[in-house]
Design a protein around this ligand. Structure first.
Ligand code: CTP
Length: 400
């Protein structure tokens, strides 16, 4: 098999300069990349840069090298088309099937997976026209990754930044690995994932917390993005960088997680509770730092219960047909405890894994068994958290 053929479409936004880094990563990892910039992209980064970095000729118009029929050939031969940055104009053209330059022609002839990494000002991203175009593209199976939040051109800050090139590169690799047949099988779906571990404050400097790193939840988010879903990731206290393409909501406590998950779940097709939620919180929060007093024993810690988000969601199902997935971290009697928990929580799937001080928490690998109420058990062998995440999405798909 030859090198994977990637078309890098670049439309006219200032973030075009970041596409140079994406191009480098693609070529350095063995992909044969053909850059197809729009005319306006060339105002930001010139043809010579694209040609030198890709090692391939660059054209923007259908009238260049006509004998090679580039407007058809480039798309037909691609294993992946990635458009980064994708401007509001480019998304509109793609959604409506316009074909007035080489890139838009390529998008119409490509039968391979297509990834759009939008970048624009927040107002343009939020405009109903853009949102409808994005929804159309997703429904058709394109992977449109959510823009990042941060500094935009000029003094503005908000949603609309191109995600980091390394993150886009990872999405591309995942999409390529799944191949055309299996790509974007979560297209048109909204999935909500909770990740990390909640912290329950005792005073301004102390909290009750847990060892969850959030890596499994992030793996679920990354794989869902690569499979074309719209992803909301509710994050409790992780040190991890936002994954490209997901809408990230940050919370601290179980109560905040409860609120954020329910809000996002209103129109979600699936909710996966990978976060480690504290079952109890301190009954009282001390507004000032709790001080020790000489000769005095510490006051006992009084705790109250937190809401059980997974059980409440399973009972409420804010959207009809919603699939709810829980995780169970167990140290003993793993399977028996898992089965009891599945019944108690009322969810559709429960991913059970064994945890211990050096097992699973913080690790890149995981081993689990996924339980369903009909008695089916899907064992997932020890491997990357992404592999377990893909099994979870396969099982969710079956339930839709
Ligand atoms: N969970 C939740 N809300 C809570 C506690 C847990 O939504 N207050 C969710 C977790 O996100 C996870 C699942 O329930 O998906 C199981 O979490 P786990 O801590 O294993 O279960 P607990 O209900 O805490 O059971 P126990 O502590 O008795 O093992």
């Amino acid at each position: 098999m030859g090198r994977p053929q990637v078309v890098l479409g670049v439309s006219g936004g200032i973030a075009a300069y970041k596409a140079c880094e994406l191009l480098r990563r693609l070529t350095e990892s063995g992909h044969d990349v053909r850059v197809v910039p729009t005319d306006s992209a060339l105002h930001f980064v010139g043809e010579a840069t694209w040609a030198a970095l890709s090692g391939n000729p660059v054209s923007t118009r259908v009238w260049d090298a006509v004998s090679e029929v580039p407007h058809v050939r480039i798309g037909q031969h691609a294993d992946l088309v990635v458009v980064a940055p994708a401007t509001a104009d480019m998304l509109a053209k793609a959604a409506h099937g316009l074909a007035d330059d080489l890139l838009t022609n390529t998008l119409l002839t490509a039968r391979c997976p297509v990834v759009f990494a939008p970048a624009m000002h927040t107002e343009m991203w939020e405009h109903p026209a853009t949102q409808e175009n994005v929804a159309t593209l997703r429904r058709r199976g394109a992977v449109v990754i959510e823009p990042a939040v941060g500094r935009l051109t000029g003094v503005d800050t908000g949603k609309g930044r191109l995600p980091e090139p390394g993150e886009i590169f990872e999405v591309c690799q995942r999409v390529l690995a799944r191949g055309a047949a299996a790509a974007a099988d979560l297209a048109g779906r909204h999935v909500v994932i909770s990740a990390g571990g909640t912290r329950e404050p005792l005073d301004p400097v102390r909290f009750l917390g847990n060892r969850s790193s959030g890596k499994q939840g992030y793996a679920l988010a990354r794989t869902a993005v690569a499979r074309g879903a719209r992803v909301t990731l509710v994050v409790a206290n992780t040190g991890l960088a936002d994954p490209a393409g997901a809408d990230v909501v940050r919370v601290e406590t179980a109560q905040q997680l409860h609120e954020a998950v329910f809000k996002a779940a209103a129109d979600a097709d699936a909710v996966v509770m990978a976060a480690a939620v504290a079952d109890f919180r301190p009954a009282r929060y001390a507004a000032g730092k709790i001080k020790k007093k000489d000769g005095e024993e510490p006051a006992p810690l009084e705790l109250v219960r937190n809401p059980d988000i997974l059980a409440e969601l399973s009972a409420a199902r804010p959207k009809p047909g919603q699939v709810v997935v829980g995780f169970a971290a167990e140290t003993d009697d793993v399977l028996a405890n898992g089965l009891a928990k599945l019944t108690r929580k009322g969810c559709d799937l429960l991913v059970v894994n064994e945890v211990g001080e050096h097992k699973t928490f913080g690790s890149e690998q995981n081993e689990a068994v996924v339980l369903a109420p009909d008695g089916t058990r899907t064992p997932v062998p020890y491997g990357p958290k992404e592999a377990l995440a893909d099994v979870v999405w396969d099982l969710v798909l079956q339930r839709w």
